[in-house]
Write a protein that binds this ligand. Structure first.
Ligand SMILES: Cc1cc2nc3c(=O)[nH]c(=O)nc-3n(C[C@H](O)[C@H](O)[C@H](O)COP(=O)(O)OP(=O)(O)OC[C@H]3O[C@@H](n4cnc5c(N)ncnc54)[C@H](O)[C@@H]3O)c2cc1C
Length: 410
């Protein structure tokens, strides 16, 4: 790319990610006369799509009720409610399948291409853009935007040169890019400061030492005001699994403020309360056959794997069930239903990673994704203060907001 010809466009979309592509395709298919340009600063488009879902791309989630769907978004759920009534996972499925991409639903609700290859999704988006006549230019970095009477003047850099472009309408779909946040601020918008969401917890504690790979199907976690439930996986560095990732998403800002050091209360028994756990422990002690059996080798709860049980109960030593004192039973019930651990840092969840924060949602009309502050300026995707938990929800909000923006512009 050395020259732009023309320099004047009906629509410029900054950001060649899923939100930008979806918007461009929708817009071009609705209104083929429009001259639409996508500018992408990287050397290739759809970079995150390609690495997503461990290379398989978890496109969306089999949750087809907008009211339920929004519960998977720590930020943006309320605003997305109406948006999902216009474009939701069912529409995403149809969109891809109508373009020859077969998708499959896995047992946990996550949806992937049957090829298990994210290139299938990226290629479909690239092909659809081409067929719709959208121009895509890579290696072009948006540097600055100024509003004028007819639209926008854009300053961009590509191949070491600065170029000037004009657009009647501008869509910002630049993901979590920090430079764009400055541009958005200069245009009069406010930004919720970005912090990471969806990460694992670094926890060093002898109760989980050496247990990497052990998982518990249903635990409840409490961190500050955040409470989450689900499966938990012990890793070499600490804790992961759906319950932890949810806790990191809902607690993203709290953990950021606490510099990723905070107490974490684990109920290894999921829904059990202290009293009911104590009752079962007492029955185990009273059960004649157990009297002479070691606590460490005779778990009272089948949901806790033996290796973990041994380490959680280490404080009773070699004792038999029959020898446990009331205080020891109570301590055991406490350990199982409210064990206190310390989060000592943030790990990486390799399959998915998002940033919470972005353009303040109050300043955007979610029917059109148009700015309430600057006419003809639109937003879609992660540039907004929206993020979902893992499972395909992040792409879904990009498809939905991209589709809405494309519809309004087109
Ligand atoms: C490793 C990983 C795996 C993931 N897996 C999944 C998954 O399986 N399912 C799921 O739902 N979500 C997943 N996500 C999250 C998902 O990728 C994002 O939510 C989604 O890509 C956001 O789409 P977007 O178009 O808003 O932004 P992006 O995908 O970030 O695209 C924005 C684009 O804009 C470009 N850009 C930025 N600034 C400029 C500029 N100034 N000028 C020009 N171009 C610019 C960027 O280079 C980028 O290509 C994953 C994320 C990661 C990091």
């Amino acid at each position: 790319m050395s020259n732009f010809n023309p320099t004047f466009w009906d629509v410029i979309i900054a950001g060649g990610g899923p939100a930008g592509f979806f918007a461009a395709i929708r817009c071009a298919e609705l209104n083929p006369k429009l001259k639409i340009l996508i500018i992408e600063k990287a050397s290739q488009t759809l970079g995150k799509v390609i690495i997503s879902g461990g290379g398989r791309c978890n496109v969306t989630h089999a949750c087809f009720e907008p009211a339920k769907l929004i519960s998977f978004y720590p930020r943006g759920g309320n605003e997305l409610r109406g948006a999902f009534s216009r474009f939701q996972p069912q529409d995403t499925l149809q969109w891809f399948e109508s373009r020859g991409v077969k998708l499959k639903v896995e047992s946990d609700g996550r949806i992937f291409p049957v090829t298990d290859d994210s290139n299938t999704i990226a290629n479909c988006l690239r092909e659809s853009t081409k067929n719709a006549g959208v121009q895509v230019k890579t290696g072009i970095n948006l540097l600055n935007v100024e509003k004028n009477n007819n639209g926008f003047n854009l300053e961009v850099r590509g191949e070491g040169k600065v170029h000037y472009l004009q657009a009647k309408k501008l869509l910002l779909a630049t993901g979590s890019d920090s430079k764009t946040r400055e541009i958005v601020k200069a245009l009069g918008h406010s930004i919720e400061e970005p912090v990471p969401s969806l990460f694992t917890f670094n926890v060093k504690d002898k109760r989980i030492d050496g247990l990497a790979g052990v998982s518990v199907e249903n635990v409840t976690l409490k961190m500050d005001t955040v409470k989450t439930q689900g499966a938990l996986l012990i890793t070499h560095w600490g804790l992961s699994g759906p319950a932890v990732l949810r806790c990191s998403a809902w607690g993203a800002r709290i953990l950021f403020d606490k510099k990723y050091h905070a107490p974490l209360i684990i109920n290894w028994l999921g829904d059990y309360r202290f009293d009911s756990a104590l009752e079962i422990l007492q029955k185990n002690k009273d059960w004649k056959e157990n009297t002479k059996k070691k606590v460490s080798t005779q778990p009272a709860f089948s949901q806790i794997p033996l290796r973990l049980w041994k380490q959680l109960t280490e404080f009773v030593g070699d004792k038999n069930w029959g020898d446990l004192s009331k205080a020891e039973l109570q301590k055991l019930a406490q350990e199982l239903t409210a064990g206190e651990f310390m989060i000592q840092g943030k790990g990486i969840f390799k399959e998915e990673f998002v940033t919470c924060g972005g353009v303040n949602l109050k300043e955007v009309d979610f029917k059109t994704m148009q700015s309430r502050i600057v006419e003809n300026l639109f937003f879609a995707g992660e540039v907004l203060d929206i993020d979902g938990i893992t499972g395909g929800f992040n792409f879904q909000s990009s498809w939905t907001t991209g589709w809405l923006a494309g519809s309004a512009i087109g």
